[in-house]
Design a binder for this molecule. Structure first.
Ligand SMILES: Nc1ncnc2c1ncn2[C@@H]1O[C@H](COP(=O)(O)OP(=O)(O)OP(=O)(O)O)[C@@H](O)[C@H]1O
Ligand SMILES: [Mg+2]
Length: 280
């Protein structure tokens, strides 16, 4: 992967990934209704919401695990359909699921190149894979003691690092991380947050799912809130308080939140006939 130019302000740029009006139902359960989400190159968008808000479902739509019922997905300016996990990867979307799906008994190199082994003649070119593994980990400023150590003997943070590094081998434009710090201690969390900043520096768009508002405020540029499967506000992290994010997540009827959320909510809501300012 090429090192990207340094991140520039995202506002005047085209999103690398844009979702418009995405809906997805599972039988009687409407998991997503009319969800919009933009991700720009070189930014971290935190996707937050209570249990059952639809975060994982949205990720699975992008990862090609679920197909959506309606709405459009635009990737690098083109309308796309993401019909399978392979299609998602080939498009340039890498998803690191919460369970990481690493092979515990294999070493770091083997995990990084699993299914993508560099073949020199008829045998795997171990030397080349090892060299590339170190390169990749160095670019991410990752602290892994050895690339020949089995995954089983790494810490939670180091495993997360390997899983993220592996996702980069396909040279994605967008990386989705599902709760990357959920099982980690303080120091390991800091390492993973550093890693997320490296991804942003490389010009990738990052979608970070997290329940931890400290992590979100430490690393995200924007926060997109889902509530009951719908958009409930998109905020610049710099302009929003912890309380405001929580209010949007829980649906507390706070005027500030309601006003901030209105830009996104207005598009989805049918025109109301009653006066909107009558509530105290
Ligand atoms: N495969 C499925 N079949 C039926 N219902 C599903 C399926 N997957 C998700 N749902 C439902 O869709 C809704 C959204 O679930 P989802 O897993 O996307 O929420 P989430 O925001 O990821 O929650 P959490 O924070 O608990 O992980 C829930 O009501 C859930 O029960
Ligand atoms: Mg989930």
């Amino acid at each position: 992967m090429e090192a990207a130019e340094s991140a520039t302000p995202v506002l005047d740029r085209q999103p690398v990934l844009s979702l418009k009006g995405i809906s997805k139902g599972f039988g009687a359960v409407q998991a997503l209704t009319d969800v919009d989400l933009d991700v720009y190159p070189g930014e971290v968008v935190a996707l937050v919401g209570d249990n059952g808000a639809g975060k994982s479902t949205l990720v699975k739509v992008l990862a090609g695990v679920h197909s959506h019922d309606s709405g459009t997905i635009t990737f690098e300016g083109r309308d796309v359909r993401i019909e399978s996990p392979t299609a998602s990867q080939q498009l340039g979307i890498a998803t690191v699921f919460q369970d990481l799906a690493l092979c515990d008994n294999l070493d770091v190199v083997s995990n990084l190149f699993l299914g993508r082994e560099v073949v020199g003649g008829v045998v795997l070119n171990e030397e080349e894979m090892e060299k590339r593994s170190w390169e990749l980990l160095r670019q991410l400023s990752a602290r892994i003691p050895s690339v020949r150590i089995a995954i089983a003997s790494l810490s939670g943070g180091q495993r997360q690092t390997v899983a993220i590094a592996r996702s980069l081998i396909g040279e994605p434009q967008v990386v989705i991380l599902d709760e990357p710090t959920a099982a980690l201690g303080v120091a390991q969390t800091a390492e993973v947050l550093n890693l997320i900043e490296r991804l942003r520096e490389r010009g990738l768009g990052v979608i970070l799912i997290s329940h931890n508002m400290a992590d979100v405020q430490a690393v995200a540029d924007r926060v997109a809130v889902l509530r009951l499967g719908r958009n409930n506000g998109v905020f610049n992290v710099r302009d929003v308080s912890y309380e405001e994010i929580i209010a949007a997540i829980t649906g507390a009827t706070d005027n500030v939140v309601a006003r901030r959320a209105s830009t996104t909510a207005a598009a989805a809501a049918p025109a109301a006939t009653q006066d909107t300012e009558t509530q105290a």
